[in-house]
Design a protein around this ligand. Structure first.
Ligand SMILES: *[C@@H]1O[C@H](CO)[C@@H](O)[C@H](O)[C@H]1NC(C)=O
Ligand SMILES: *[C@@H]1O[C@H](CO)[C@@H](O)[C@H](O)[C@H]1NC(C)=O
Ligand SMILES: *[C@@H]1O[C@H](CO)[C@@H](O)[C@H](O)[C@H]1NC(C)=O
Ligand SMILES: *[C@@H]1O[C@H](CO)[C@@H](O)[C@H](O)[C@H]1NC(C)=O
Length: 349
């Protein structure tokens, strides 16, 4: 924040000097078009961005907005605007297959080994309508040290491909099938935590198949995930304590059939324990969900900056003229700094 204020100040001085002593090169272009993060235009753009991010994220959990870090609005010829957002997100407890709308999903609390994500999102506003043109995200779990500090006994994330985790999930699914006729197949392990000294907690997504548990016990290979109109998913949370006595608890929620969901996790190369990118990691990184990236070399980008630079220089000149009695010319050049980062919606991580 200090650096940002300093940068804005520098730019203003540079612009001021340019006006006072004739044009001078301003140096590398600073972030222009900064706006208040908690403004209604920020909220509106963030909502569109969150929707985009969650519909493009096909593994693990939905994410919720925690804070708008930065908001920039740049005019773009002839009549549209480019909105650039920097967002902080938090993982929710809703798996991406959970049909609950995002606003009904609870954010995972800190002591449950929270996962945060940063996203840069670029949107185009044309005729008052916002659409995402690029998104770049990265997610990471809170550090184990942070959690141990506030909760020494809390279960910590462990790698999803850990052999104990895989074994735990198999046991949990068997346990579920022992009391259910319909056979469900594993789609993905979504989360695994170790509760010291010997309990593993796992969460995983399942899909209904065309088999009964009895069919599956005879020939599991012939069982196929139901798709199309019949596609039906579920999500299980369970734990296995290994010693002194094996104790297994599992609870699965089976969602209503989601006919319109031609979900890519059902594509052949996606079904199974884990997508290749997650091997060795303890969560499904949001980074892998977005094929559309920023394209900084695009021509639209170079067209935006000069327009914005002209605007802000005009703004500064106007202010100087309207407050001619100020003692220190430097003072009158300060537009109110944009209020960023914005409010924290859930918790600081
Ligand atoms: C989501 O939450 C809203 C408001 O709390 C509630 O009215 C609505 O019924 C919920 N929707 C679902 C599907 O649970
Ligand atoms: C499930 O579908 C597969 C492929 O269509 C078929 O080979 C198999 O026999 C079906 N299983 C049952 C129990 O209907
Ligand atoms: C998990 O994945 C990592 C990275 O690919 C690999 O090095 C490790 O051996 C895997 N662990 C198991 C138990 O398969
Ligand atoms: C980036 O922009 C260039 C020039 O407009 C284009 O050729 C290229 O395909 C774009 N790359 C992506 C990933 O969109």
């Amino acid at each position: 924040m200090k650096a940002l204020v300093a940068l804005i100040l520098l730019v203003q001085i540079a612009v001021y000097q340019a006006n006072a002593h004739g044009p001078k090169p301003i140096g590398p272009s600073p972030p222009l078009g900064l706006r208040d993060c908690d403004s209604s235009e920020g909220e509106e753009a963030a909502e569109v961005a969150m929707d985009y991010i969650n519909t493009h994220h096909k593994h693990g959990y939905k994410y919720a907005l925690n804070r708008i870090e930065e908001l920039r609005v740049l005019p773009r010829r002839p009549a549209s605007e480019v909105v650039i957002l920097e967002l902080d997100l938090l993982e929710t407890k809703c798996h991406v297959l959970n049909p609950l709308p995002l606003e009904n999903c609870t954010v995972r609390e800190l002591i449950n080994h929270a996962i945060e994500a940063d996203c840069d999102v670029k949107l185009l506003k044309e005729d008052g309508k916002l659409s995402v043109t690029g998104a770049r995200c990265h997610s990471s779990p809170d550090s184990a040290e942070d959690i141990i500090k506030i909760c020494p006994d809390c279960p910590l994330l462990i790698p999803l491909n850990d052999t104990q985790v895989v074994k735990t999930v198999e046991l949990l699914l068997d346990q579920y099938h022992s009391t259910n006729d319909a056979y469900f197949m594993l789609i993905e392990i979504a989360r695994a935590q170790m509760q010291a000294p010997n309990t593993i907690i796992a969460e995983f997504a399942i899909s209904a198949t065309n088999c009964s548990s009895k069919d599956a016990s005879e020939n599991v290979k012939a069982c196929q995930a139901l798709s199309g109109d019949q596609a039906q998913f579920g999500f299980c949370v369970g734990s296995v304590m290994h010693v002194p006595k094996e104790e297994i608890h599992v609870e699965c929620e089976v969602y209503a059939p989601q006919s319109e969901v031609a979900h890519p996790v059902l594509a052949k190369d996606n079904v199974g324990l884990l997508p290749a990118v997650v091997q060795g990691f303890s969560h499904h990184n949001l980074r892998h969900s977005h094929s559309s990236q920023f394209n900084d070399s695009s021509e639209s980008n170079s067209a935006e900056v000069p327009v914005a630079a002209t605007l802000s220089a005009k703004l500064v000149v106007k202010r100087t003229v309207s407050e001619p009695t100020a003692e220190h010319p430097g003072d009158v050049l300060h537009p109110p700094p944009p209020q960023c980062p914005g409010r924290i919606r859930h918790f600081h991580i």
